[in-house]
Design a protein around this ligand. Sequence first.
Ligand SMILES: [Zn+2]
Length: 163
Amino acid sequence: MKPFVGETPDCALCGGSDFETRLLGVRDLVWQKPGHFRIQECSACGLLMTRPRPNPEELAGYYEGAYSGGTGQGDAKKDGATSGLTRRLGRYRMDVIGKVRPLHEDDRVLDVGCSYGGFLKVVRDEAGCSTSGIDYDAGSIEGAIEPELCDYRSGTLVDATYD
Ligand SMILES: [Zn+2]
């Protein structure tokens, strides 16, 4: 197994630079892609991050032949975005977010890595928020659910031009 050689950024939440390794050798169990991840915890705030994070070339390899691309599973995955399981997971995520700050209809929610937009649909339906979603996989965005109700974009957050 080859470790990633990408960046080791400071904490995305508090800017801290002291980390402790919590998990080593984490592998892609869904797509069985090569390589492994290390999960580190920020000593200041406890945020868990993939660190080092894959560089763009390594990340691109994870999308090749996966998600919507070339698997023949695109429709099934899109159907999964509106399944009962997705709705239950979406409500669970909203509960977790609500422990920090409950969502209200005047909130705007951005889902980074939104896939077909299943979680964002739950957010719209349950809390009435306006939603935006971005995913590296252009095929997921092309087939995203309820495109008339959400600002979907493909690409990376770093390259996106949100307000
Ligand atoms: Zn932190």
